[in-house]
Design a protein around this ligand. Sequence first.
Ligand code: FBP
Length: 337
Amino acid sequence: MPLSRTTLAAHLLQQQTLHPAVTTELSAVIEHMALAGKVIGRELSDAALHGALGLTGDTNVQGEVVQKLDERTNDIFVQTFEGQGGVVRAIVSEEMEKPCEVGGQAGGRAGEYVVFVDPLDGSSNLDANMTVGSIFSVHRVSSRLQTDLETGFLKPGRDQLASGYVLYGPSTVLVYTCGAGVYQFTLDRGIGEFILSGSRLKIPPRGKVYSANEGNYAKWPQGVQRFVDYLRDKDAATGRPYASRYSGCLVADVHRFLTGGGVYLYPGEISKPEGKLRLMYEAAPLGFIIEQAGGLASTGTQRIHDILPTAVHQRVPLIIGSYEDVGNAEEFVQGKR
Ligand code: FBP
């Protein structure tokens, strides 16, 4: 095994010497996310062999049917942070209506971080054995917390300290940023370590692929329809038509762009202008990653990063990916083209 292979722990130690934002505590949070990712990766790999696939019969706070693994992966994140010595005060999860306090006292002080998590993104892919992911975002708890647990956690995307995702595909990959570039790690299952496999990742300014559930085309506002029509039109000079790729897993579609560029859309609909995806644990964390890689994340009219959240499960339209492609989408959505 070449000794130059860098583990996540070694990388974070190095980052702490280079960037004051990468503190020991924040590194501990990211290492706990990696630990939860390893456990989830293992459980997904043989889920069918111990009856872990299928539905629970319940619906979650979003009104969505709950997969058994949605619940199990949520428990894994809560358990992972329950014993972590207090740096994390609470977890806010897609699967839990209210924030869940996990942090003990660290040196007599309440934990200073809150972790927002989508434990299993794309879970409707599970029965088809297709790619799924976990998404996380780390914020510092605000002074407002004393009064109101929920609103004390609501901060705009630009205030994130770190974000990332774990992608459970042919290999298990962890991608994160602390605002000092985007780094990728691949799980070496043989030694149980995430090993650095990509540094300071950059997304191409323009892509050749778009991702959207075109089954919703008739429900979209005209600007969105016209943008997708534009991508499908033939024009060699601008590399159109773009190829259509939609995996049913936001993390997988966004990860594809980190290497080849392109644009993912889950827009608002005429009857549902807020769209489907959640701001705090889907749009904002992926927005931080993509913008650190040189791309853009928008609602079509506003940068995701600048949205002042009003609720932990708030939904927003999302257009994310290569800078020029998202810029084009914004012009169509705003009726400038
Ligand atoms: P979940 O986090 O509940 O899985 O929802 C998000 C998501 O599954 C994305 O991963 C995916 O891109 C999108 O919703 C699929 O939605 P639809 O089935 O409406 O196209």
